[in-house]
Design a protein around this ligand. Structure first.
Ligand SMILES: [Zn+2]
Length: 455
């Protein structure tokens, strides 16, 4: 039986429209309605989906396709919640799921209800075709990713691990192409930076503001925070950054390859970044891939204009490269801020890294190139964080793989969490097809190592 991709396109569009019309803005989330919608679709096709509430209205859904072999499952993980939308700034209502200009519009169209649909359609196709697989495929669409995931992926890992335990998981954000010169390179996410939010405190002498003195906590803190905001933290070359930059370089070849390689050496990195990359947001991303970063975001001091407070506080959003620790990061902050401050970590999650030298990564790359001949694939490090951090607590390695063939005029980074979020219908179909084929390629056969052992 062959797949009627034209019919699948219509079906995928309808499911995405339906999901976009269910408002799952987090807070408060209200993902239950979306979970129940998916449960209905899956149940009609012969699945026995389980809907789990982590709190009233916070819905998560899990379903399983049974394979026949003994290999551990593949988990397809997505999130149902979305970030708020400023509706008055949008061309179309962000919760209308309208189709216009060849795109489906709505909050979540790229982050990540599109991927929910790719994963859903993969499950439906497996069932309809009755494919014999070597391993189970698990579908899990969860609540709360946009607020840290404790009511979603974190809840499943803590309380229902048996339902989602897997050898690998696929989730957001990799699988996106970057268009460089004439070439297109798909970045498959193998690593993501860790998080270390820090409360920084300065203490000083209180007093009457009519007689200023030099031990003012507000002044000391603001000067140190300004230094932290302006001074680059030290350069660190990680294996994940090298693989990413060299991978993009070898896809491009020629002088571009040489220029990119120079990013990996401290003596030349900064010059190349400033003068050769061109696009400022690309230069900032590359910086974040080669350094821990710290970004001051909250400042709290004083309560009355004529009173010098004895204490001032700032909150800093720190992001850590693989291999870094809270201690090594705080040492970098102290070297810039000076010794007079207290640094208290308030939220920590480690960086994640999965090897790209796996059978699964090979399957993802092969299917991408089959569906977009001439394109190249490179591993990537995400500078943000996803629900993969919860899976890491259960020892489930994860790739970011949401394959979307975006045209140049659709700027993923500015649309995700921005205005007018939308996905071209053809890009959605590309994603459904690629994810389905990659799932079959990986799950439909025994691991090469096992084949070798049998013969
Ligand atoms: Zn997301």
């Amino acid at each position: 039986m062959t797949v009627d991709w034209a019919a699948i396109r219509e079906e995928a569009v309808a499911h995405l429209q339906a999901l976009l019309r269910i408002n799952t803005t987090n807070p408060p989330g209200n993902e239950l309605a979306a979970a129940e919608y998916l449960a209905g679709v899956l149940a009609r096709e012969g699945y026995q989906p389980v809907v789990l509430q982590s709190a009233p209205g916070r819905g998560n859904i899990v379903a399983r396709y049974r394979g026949q072999g003994e290999s551990k499952p593949l988990l397809l993980l997505s999130h149902l919640d979305v970030v708020p939308a400023e509706a008055e700034r949008w061309l179309y209502d962000p919760f209308s799921g309208v189709v216009a200009e060849g795109c489906i519009w709505g909050r979540g169209a790229l982050d990540m209800k599109d991927a929910v649909v790719m994963q859903l359609m993969t499950m439906l196709l497996l069932k309809r075709l009755g494919l014999p697989l070597e391993r189970d495929v698990i579908f899990a669409a969860t609540a709360d990713e946009e607020a840290g995931g404790l009511f979603g992926a974190g809840f499943l890992v803590d309380q229902h691990l048996d339902l989602i335990q897997a050898e690998y998981a696929l989730t957001e954000f990799g699988g996106l192409p970057i268009n460089l010169g004439k070439g297109r390179v798909y970045l498959c996410q193998v690593a993501e930076k860790g998080v270390c939010w820090v409360r920084m405190t300065a203490r000083g002498s209180p007093g009457h503001a009519s007689r200023p003195h030099q031990d003012n906590a507000v002044v000391k803190l603001s000067q140190a925070v300004a230094r932290l905001g302006k001074t680059p933290l030290p350069f660190h070359r990680t294996a994940a950054a090298s693989d990413m930059i060299n991978g993009i370089g070898s896809a491009l070849g020629g002088l571009a390859q040489l220029g990119l390689r120079l990013l990996l050496y401290p003596a030349t990195s900064e010059w190349v970044r400033r003068h050769l990359l061109g696009d400022p947001s690309l230069a900032e991303t590359i910086f974040a891939i080669l350094h821990n970063t710290v970004c001051p975001t909250v400042f709290r001091a004083g309560g009355k204009t004529n009173v010098i407070p004895s204490q001032a506080e700032a909150e800093l959003d720190g992001r850590l490269l693989p291999g870094q620790t809270v201690e090594s990061f705080l040492a970098e902050l102290r070297a810039i801020a000076g010794p007079d401050f207290e640094f208290q970590p308030i939220l920590v999650s480690p960086a994640l890294e999965t090897s790209s030298q796996t059978h699964l990564f090979q399957c993802l790359a092969e299917v991408l190139i089959r569906n977009d001949p001439g394109a190249k694939v490179a591993p990537m490090m995400l500078i943000g964080a996803t629900d993969a951090k919860h899976l890491a607590n259960a020892g489930i390695p994860c790739y970011g793989f949401t394959p979307v063939q975006l045209p140049k005029e659709i700027d993923f980074v500015s649309l995700v969490h921005g205005h007018d979020e939308r996905i071209p219908i053809e890009a959605l179909l590309f994603g459904v097809k690629t994810l389905y084929q990659a799932t079959v390629a990986f799950c439909g056969q025994a691991q090469p190592e096992k084949i070798a052992r049998r013969t």
